[in-house]
Write a protein that binds this ligand. Structure first.
Ligand code: NI
Length: 153
């Protein structure tokens, strides 16, 4: 098995808060990340696909194809956007790096052929990153208007 990785970058704003928490509890848990108007990150994402190299091409997956998939399905939707407001597939989700990695996985995984998706590593900064390997997890989706959880992904 060979592991092939494409690194991508995007810049986005987000605010971390839970609409079912009080203002005080959001401040306590999310601190500066709860700033009402949001704050920004320069994200780096590493998408790793695993597989056996095709005997005729030597590729597990053509990295240009992988780049284009990530660009079309993730980057174009999140780059220079506010993750709490502008992105359909993140509506109602607390946009932590953890939850972003899980959502990105669910979007990319069905679109990859040749190899299979192995991991998504998402850096919010040089020091802080998460890595997700696709184990099933559910994410609550909040309705920011009624302060109720409306569904679980
Ligand atoms: Ni942040």
């Amino acid at each position: 098995m060979v592991y092939v990785t494409r690194k991508m970058h995007f810049s986005a704003a987000h605010r971390l808060f839970n609409p079912t928490f009080s203002h005080e509890k959001n401040e306590q848990i999310f601190d500066k990340c709860n700033n009402p108007m949001g704050h920004g990150h320069n994200y780096t994402m590493e998408v790793t696909v695993k597989g056996i190299p095709d005997p005729e091409t030597g590729y597990v997956i053509d990295l240009k194809v992988l780049r284009d998939l990530i660009e079309e399905h993730i980057i174009e939707h999140v780059d220079h956007k506010h993750l709490n407001h502008d992105v359909d597939f993140l509506k109602g989700i607390i946009p932590t790096a953890e939850n972003l990695a899980i959502r990105f996985w669910s979007i990319l995984e069905p679109k990859i052929s040749g190899g299979t998706l192995h991991s998504i590593k998402l850096y919010e900064s040089d020091a802080n990153f998460v890595e997700y390997f696709g184990e099933p997890v559910s994410i609550p989706v909040y309705n920011v208007d009624s302060s109720k959880t409306v569904e679980t992904l």
